[in-house]
Design a protein around this ligand. Structure first.
Ligand SMILES: O=C(O)C(=O)CO
Length: 396
């Protein structure tokens, strides 16, 4: 996944048991301010940070200097949201409003002249809405695009950077919930939960006659392709299932990190594919990873193996996947991501019975969307404040 500055910073902070939360707060001062006695309605991000005691833990942490600002003084943030029931305005507006003046796309379009001057940041909710050149040209004071989510393949980083605008993402906030979805898909596919559920709820079911068997995850071999923060969280979870863990990554993890989860590095992805009972794809989508898994790679997998994708749909050649599933080259697939999303209703993947597909819900939890917003706010405030940016994504 992205080698963000925040991750490097985190690694520098010596952690003692129970202190990871503190480390997180240290690199996200704006987040740390929430719940402080000294936190008031809004933060003057221009004032820099001062030290103030954490009411929660009695520890000293960095927190933004507090100064109540009138709403109209706050920097404008344009919200790019695809709507939906777990969208920004329904759930995250109060959080954002502590630091920004919220401007919806509708408000911007209705009053472009006034709004365009006010907007200093754009908050992109989840990995779907994109930002085009026309929008950037109409926002002269824009300094940062705060993506809530780790994947930024929907943003043209080079084009955005040519406007002098920074892009940030939220690798920490997404890691647990996305790793959970990977585990959920692996278990659901292994034990054929969706088929089981259909039998249990079908009006035609008279008695429970199940003419199939699942496979066990316990003690099976899991191959993780992409060992960033999400991949590592998957490994931590898989360890509790006594799984043998293999991983392939651009860079090998430190020995202590490998040992902590019992993961073995495969320099060649082919070795991982040949040995794994479950292959989980956790890389980000870049020109290098586009169609990383195709006919050849699927052909290397065991016929009893299951393929799980929690990264991006375009990392796999979907036609090759259809063929592999139809011809039982592999046992099954479980996908939280496809290309496009959703798939056309007549897509052959939707007609197979050895597949589970979920609608890109890696971060669709109450906790994750809040943490993503907090991480994005901290990033955006750092840019506006001219401070080191915890999670900046640079164009290649
Ligand atoms: O964080 C992201 O980019 C995701 O897609 C999570 O599912």
């Amino acid at each position: 996944m992205f080698r963000s500055k925040a991750f490097s910073l985190l690694k520098l902070i010596p952690l003692m048991p129970g202190q990871s939360d503190l480390a997180y707060k240290l690199i996200h001062p704006a987040i740390a301010s929430h719940g402080h006695r000294c936190h008031r309605r809004s933060v003057d991000y221009r004032q820099g940070y001062k030290t103030c005691p954490s009411s929660a833990e009695g520890r000293t942490i960095n927190a933004p200097q507090t100064k109540v600002m009138a709403e109209e003084e706050l920097p404008g943030v344009l919200i790019l949201d695809i709507g939906g029931t777990h969208g920004v305005l329904e759930n995250l507006a109060p959080l954002l409003k502590k630091h920004f003046c919220l401007i919806t796309m509708k408000e911007f379009l209705e009053n472009k002249k006034e709004m365009s001057k006010k907007i200093q940041s754009v908050f992109v909710f989840e990995c779907r809405p994109t930002v085009d050149r026309e929008l950037l040209e109409s926002l002269p004071n824009l300094k940062v695009i705060g993506n809530s989510g780790v994947g930024v393949d929907h943003l043209d980083l080079k084009m955005i950077s040519s406007f002098g605008i920074k892009v940030t993402n939220t690798p920490h906030a997404v890691a647990d919930s996305t790793a959970d979805i990977g585990m959920a898909l692996m278990l659901a596919s292994a034990r054929r939960l969706v088929e089981g559920c259909q039998i249990a709820v079908s009006p035609d079911t008279k008695y429970f006659a199940v003419d199939w068997l699942g496979v066990e995850v316990t003690r099976a071999t899991l191959g993780i392709i992409g060992m960033g923060s999400i991949g590592y969280k998957v490994a931590q979870r898989a360890r509790a299932f006594d799984m043998r863990i293999l991983y392939h990554n651009r860079n090998r993890r430190r020995k202590e990190e490998e040992e902590a989860v019992g993961a073995h590095y495969c320099e060649k992805m082919e070795d991982l594919l040949q040995q794994s009972d479950f292959v989980m794809l956790v890389v980000n989508l870049t020109p290098e990873t586009h169609k990383l898994i195709g006919k050849k790679e699927l052909g290397l997998m065991k016929p009893t193996a299951t393929f799980i994708n929690i990264s991006r749909g375009a990392v796999i050649d979907q036609d090759a996947l259809v063929e592999a599933l139809q011809n039982k080259v592999i046992r099954a697939a479980a996908l939280d991501v496809t290309y496009p999303e959703p798939l056309p209703r007549d897509h052959p993947l939707l007609k197979l019975n050895n597949i589970i597909i979920t609608p890109h819900i890696g971060t669709a939890t109450v906790q994750a969307i809040r943490m993503m917003a907090e991480e994005a706010i901290a990033n955006m405030l750092s840019v506006l404040n001219g401070q080191p940016i915890p999670s900046e994504v640079l164009p290649k």
